[in-house]
Design a protein around this ligand. Structure first.
Ligand code: FA5
Length: 343
């Protein structure tokens, strides 16, 4: 049987023939298996000697098949290599590289700026509850301020985050113990994508990015807020930017402000990008409302803080002179590849 097997093995041309041979010898009805089955007819003494021989044979057959399999596979690879066209190593390589989206570039710059001032960078889901997005930031159900943002509600009762303020409550709760027990001020930024059912125009999209920031501690005041806003803007633009601060209403801050920047597309003359006003609403902000602190587990009689909600996508428009915000979601790889992160 062994020599018959060796002969058959020699004549094999490919892996499927090899598999046939394996089945013919080692399969359920294979010759070697048959020999093992026949053992039950033998006397106890014969069984021992015969069994040993058959098992040896089985081992050899299995090993030879494994060797042959490796040999055949190697041959197939060699054949494929021979069939391949020759490589021309002198051909120029395709050096086209992907690029970051300008929002990513500016978001990372902002993160670096705030990290260097001791802020942590937080991530937060895009699908949130009504409590996170509204109630926990002092916008109860039926509050008229809900009309300020046309929100996309999901059928399961959750919603697409319409503002990064949705993370305020969770972040206050995350760091409050460190504030209360160790006196470590809360300093966090949380960039994120927001969704609103807006009629779109040159400065409004239904999907856009904001970057929220918060600082809470003892004696935090409006001057801290103004300092961080100014530093961030001068670092991002690398030049002095004309800004104006005017009163603004948001239920989660008191007092609240609108921080506008002079439109860099038209130099403040008025154009579609700034709705012809010369100014662009960029970063509403204010002192965190006592109720918001309380809902975050922080005593407003002991601690104060500021919060801001930077319009990150609008900041990108201004930084790169992009006239229409919709171009940033247009999906043109060619347009987006102009921006590099070393600017
Ligand atoms: C808010 O979303 C507040 N949560 C911001 C805030 C946070 C205030 C903390 C106070 C304290 P508002 O809806 O104005 O506010 O949006 C903030 C900024 O996001 C705007 O100034 C603007 O720059 C940007 N923004 C708002 N809506 C759009 C939109 N549809 N398309 C592009 N950018 C937008």
């Amino acid at each position: 049987l062994r020599s018959k097997f060796e002969k058959e093995l020699e004549n094999i041309k490919d892996l499927s023939e090899l598999e046939d041979v394996r089945v013919a010898y080692l399969g359920k009805k294979g010759s070697v298996t048959d020999l093992l089955k026949a053992m039950k007819e033998l006397s106890v003494e014969d069984k021992k000697a015969f069994g040993q021989k058959v098992n040896e044979l089985k081992g050899v057959v299995a090993q030879r098949i494994a060797e042959k399999t490796a040999e055949m596979k190697e041959k197939e690879v060699q054949k494929e290599i021979e069939l391949m066209p020759e490589f021309d190593l002198s051909l120029p390589a395709n050096l086209a590289r992907g690029s970051y989206h300008p929002v990513t570039i500016v978001q990372r710059q902002c993160e670096q700026i705030f990290k260097s001032m001791g802020f942590t960078v937080e991530d937060y889901p895009e699908v949130v509850t009504d409590y996170e997005c509204f109630e926990s930031v002092n916008v109860p159900k039926d509050h008229p301020a809900r009309d300020m943002q046309d929100t996309y509600y999901l059928t399961n009762g959750q919603l697409l985050k319409s503002q990064t303020s949705a993370a305020q409550n969770a972040i206050l709760k995350k760091y409050k113990d460190d504030l209360i027990n160790n006196g470590t001020p809360i300093k966090a930024i949380f960039p994120g994508r927001c969704f609103r059912n807006e009629a779109t125009d040159a400065c409004h999209e239904n999907t856009f990015f904001q970057m929220e920031g918060m600082m809470v501690g003892k004696d935090i005041s409006i001057s801290n807020l103004i300092y961080f806003m100014k530093t961030m803007l001068s670092e991002v633009f690398q030049k002095d930017i004309k800004v104006r601060l005017r009163p603004g209403f948001f239920p989660f801050v008191e007092p609240g402000f609108e921080l506008d920047i002079s439109c860099l597309i038209c130099g403040g003359e008025g154009c579609p990008s700034c709705k012809h006003s010369g100014w662009l609403e960029l970063c509403p902000c204010g002192m965190i409302h006592p109720e918001v602190l309380r809902m975050g587990g922080i005593d407003p009689d002991e601690y104060t803080g500021f919060a801001f909600g930077l319009g990150l996508t609008r900041l990108v428009m201004m930084k790169y002179g992009i006239k229409d915000i919709r171009d940033l979601n247009g999906g043109s790889l060619k347009a987006m590849s102009q921006f590099t992160d070393d600017e």
